[in-house]
Design a protein around this ligand. Sequence first.
Ligand SMILES: [Zn+2]
Ligand SMILES: [Zn+2]
Length: 343
Amino acid sequence: MGTTVAIAAMKTAEILGPGADFQIAEREIPKPGAREVRIKVQACGICHSDALTKDGTWPGIRYPRVPGHEVAGIVDELGTGVSEWQPGQRVGVGWHGGHDGTCLACRRGDFRNCENLKIPGISYDGGYQQYMLAPAEALVAIPAALSDVEAAPLLCAGITTYNSLRHSGALPGDLVAVQGIGGLGHLGIQFANKFGYRVAAVGRGAENADLANRLGANVYIDSKGTNAAAELRKLGGARVILATAPNARSMSELIDGLGPNGKLIVVGVDFSPIEVTPGLLISGSRSIQGWATGSPADTEDTLRFAELSGVRPMIETYPLERAGEAYARMLSGDAQFRVVLTM
Ligand SMILES: [Zn+2]
Ligand SMILES: [Zn+2]
């Protein structure tokens, strides 16, 4: 006489090694460990940084690995020692997937720069699956007005643009340029508009002008047909340029469009150098700064601000089973604008 134990299974879209295609697999639903929460995933955004997992370019990444760091879902089960979340609560996890609370940066309250920062989909399996485990400190509450598919892209692309702009030093009425009208840029334009800036959208080609204006740009600058830096100078020079398109050369070309004390904030990832002369930085006391997302508390601010202001991502959705196709769509650059998996 034998006893059979039914093991609950779930679907994942995982990567077996660097450069491998997505594999739809069945795995046992994991049990949360101490200070972990199991999330029933409802939606997961596809971010360009998922290429770090797909291509194996993140140092030390181990396989098989389930990508995904724009996760929206429901608290399903709590591990021991978790009292701050309740089953049934709507939660998200973004790029900031956990911190140790003990390193020097954490002891200074600077969780974003934790020496042992965990990233979902890289340090542990992310949101391209029906259930995932996450450290309790990484979770954020999702406001009722945001659907799962709307919330997901705000957990990485949204917070990156919102948090960098709100710390940029630009004040209401200042000229703020958003370079790139894509996954990051279409959110950056909306946030910049809601912050009360005079918004210049910088895109390639005249065809993006209508959309940029609908998203809240006051001015559209076609960097293909004009010298975008000169156009910004004609408007008085930008207090801030938020560079979202992953293209170091077009960032370099815009620096001369900064006004006095102007700042280029870099959020689009590229691995070629930004070029600038010391003279260009010194005249007008201009600066260049990189910006990486924010803490879970910053992410909750982003979601609440989106709820309040009406900022929403434009999305295309795919079922989990078509993760490979959805990822290719993201890579093509043709998606309008964030691709989101639904479970
Ligand atoms: Zn991301
Ligand atoms: Zn730390």
